[in-house]
Design a protein around this ligand. Structure first.
Ligand SMILES: Nc1ncnc2c1ncn2[C@@H]1O[C@H](COP(=O)(O)OP(=O)(O)OP(=O)(O)O)[C@@H](O)[C@H]1O
Ligand SMILES: [Mg+2]
Length: 265
């Protein structure tokens, strides 16, 4: 670890998409090595955009991002070695099997063949995909896809794991499985950066939480700190009072302003 003790350092980060949507408007935060960090906010707040910039999938408009001391813009190769990510829009190769995709990922990270085989066995078991490991991805259910995506992100045992709504669409059993596993990985030192719409998930897993709304961080802290600061009984109350949005409002706003509404989830 480099000497600041912070594995993620984000300063004045902003993103304006072509066409003018200011998705992220000046975001600054740090995540400590080994921390389980939650990133919450209503639909369209800018969570995915922020996370995609952190792993260099989306180009930032301004600001700086460092991962383990390395600048994401200028030293991307150093950053890729250290991060794993499972993103909201899953792009699986439909004509490959889970085992083949895991193998390919392992080779992309230059892992030795023996190590790849060990990791595949371990990860397939972990996400309970052993039985379907040799079927084409085109035959997988939504939950199977999510679990495979998580396994892919873990193949090289990254130092920092970025997960964009990893349990969205999973049944309660699969969700519990993933939670237990993430907790376990985190106990063994992996930093986890997670977005979720499940307050229970955030409360259970995350040591520190930032809530984002309209491209900015509106509050942050540990759960007890947030409850005290916002005089709230639970995280949901904090969420509602800081973002001032109910789910019903979001529906209306999205429909009124978003030309891509049909293409989004
Ligand atoms: N590729 C894009 N081009 C233009 N605008 C975009 C693009 N991707 C996202 N946006 C816009 O940027 C804003 C933030 O979107 P983003 O996906 O980051 O939100 P989010 O917090 O992840 O939301 P959700 O909870 O729905 O996943 C929204 O207004 C969205 O419409
Ligand atoms: Mg998102």
């Amino acid at each position: 670890m480099h000497n600041s003790g912070m594995i993620i350092e984000v300063k004045d980060l902003a993103k304006t998409y072509p066409g003018g949507v200011e998705a992220v408007r000046g975001v600054t935060f740090d995540v400590k090595e080994g921390e389980f960090f939650g990133f919450l906010g209503p639909n369209g707040a800018g969570k995915t955009t922020t996370m995609n910039m952190l792993v260099n999938l989306v180009k930032k408009t301004s600001g700086t991002i460092k991962i383990d001391g390395f600048d994401v813009e200028h030293q991307p190769a150093e950053v890729y070695k250290r991060v794993g990510f499972a993103m909201q829009e899953i792009g699986l190769d439909e004509t490959a099997t889970a085992r083949e995709m895991l193998e390919l990922h392992g080779r992309l990270y230059h892992l030795p063949t023996k190590r790849i085989q060990e990791q595949i066995a371990k990860l397939l078991k972990l996400v309970e995909l052993e039985k379907v490991a040799d079927r084409y991805a085109s035959t997988y259910s939504g939950g199977m896809r999510r679990r495979l995506d998580l396994a892919l992100s873990l193949i090289h045992e990254p130092r920092v794991l970025f997960l964009d709504e990893p349990t969205q669409g999973l049944d309660p059993h699969a969700r519990q499985l993933i939670w237990n596993h993430l907790r376990d990985l985190n106990r063994r030192g992996m930093t986890v950066f997670l977005t979720t719409h499940f307050m229970e998930e955030a409360e259970t897993l995350c040591e520190r939480i930032a809530i984002m709304d309209q491209g900015q961080i509106v509050t942050h802290g540990t759960v007890p700190e947030l409850l005290a600061k916002h005089n709230a009984k639970n995280l949901e109350e904090v969420f509602l009072s800081t973002t001032g949005s109910s789910l019903a409002d979001e529906e209306v706003n999205t429909k009124a302003s978003d030309p891509y509404v049909r293409g989004r989830r």
